[in-house]
Design a protein around this ligand. Structure first.
Ligand SMILES: C[S@@+](CC[C@H](N)C(=O)[O-])C[C@H]1O[C@@H](n2cnc3c(N)ncnc32)[C@H](O)[C@@H]1O
Length: 245
């Protein structure tokens, strides 16, 4: 089971007719996993609101009648009435918002009493790459987590481990705390390991000497993968939080 399927399970579709929002949905992988699980279990949601600042939903999700695509800035109040949703999901979004506690406060506002927030984040500093140069890998992962990627205004490579502290300072009660690290053995273009490696390359671009070493490092990862000796993983942290009744 992958990250998005695990999150869909934590959402707890325990009855049909739920109103759900996936914040910072990206291509909609969670939405797809949720709908698949709902169909399998006979717990069809009333609506899944797929919220993002940019429209990058995959076509199959966008064209699903159960999905409503909403373009909105998560720095603004959420485009939902108070106490109007049963479930809210926020995966790998908290590091990009200016005030993660305010993000939680908005999630709390729009959830009905008893409603659940699944707040989850990869902790990028835990990125594990099998490589032939451990010291260089450490250096590159350090550079990666301390660099804001070009597509974002801000980032925090340590956000996963900070979620619980954030939750305890929010009005939510904590229901469960989970962590996992899925193994990835492939290094194909577009795979999660490749995307993080591309993030590493981008993070070194202002340092020509390190950038050259990073290119060689990436070639080494591809060679390891071709020999079946590659491994990548990153720890995900996922909290289920409840708005008290
Ligand atoms: C790392 S992606 C996570 C995508 C998805 N949740 C997943 O994990 O598969 C972060 C997403 O948050 C969105 N995002 C970041 N800041 C945002 C903001 N202020 N308002 C709306 N969306 C935002 C980005 O556009 C992007 O799609």
């Amino acid at each position: 089971m992958g990250r998005h399927e695990r999150i869909a399970e934590l959402v707890g579709l325990d009855r049909p007719g739920l109103e759900i929002a996936d914040l910072g949905t990206g291509p909609g992988r969670i939405v797809r996993a949720l709908l698949r699980s709902a169909t399998a279990n006979g717990t069809e949601p009333k609506r899944v609101h797929a919220v993002d600042s940019a429209s990058s939903l995959d076509d199959d999700v966008l064209n699903d009648a159960r999905v409503r695509s909403l373009l909105a800035d998560l720095e603004e109040p959420l485009p939902f009435a108070e106490a109007s949703l049963d479930r809210v999901i926020s995966l790998n979004v908290a590091e990009h918002v200016a005030d993660p506690l305010e993000h939680l406060a908005e999630c709390h506002r729009v959830l009905r009493p008893g409603g659940l927030l699944v707040l989850a984040h990869s902790d990028w500093d835990t990125a594990l790459f099998a490589s032939s140069d451990d010291a260089l890998t450490r250096l590159l992962v350090d550079r990666f987590v301390s660099t804001v990627p070009g597509f974002a205004e801000r980032a925090d490579g340590f956000m996963g481990r900070k979620l619980l502290s954030l939750a305890t300072r929010s009005p939510f009660e904590t229901v469960t705390v989970d962590t996992w690290a899925d193994p990835h053995r492939r290094f194909d273009q577009g795979s999660v390991s490749w995307k993080v490696a591309m993030g590493v390359l981008a993070a070194t671009k202002d340092d020509p000497e390190l950038a050259a070493r990073a290119v060689t490092w990436v070639e080494g990862l591809a060679a390891l993968a071709a020999q079946g000796r590659f491994l990548f993983t990153v720890t995900d942290v996922a909290l289920v939080l409840r708005r008290p009744e």
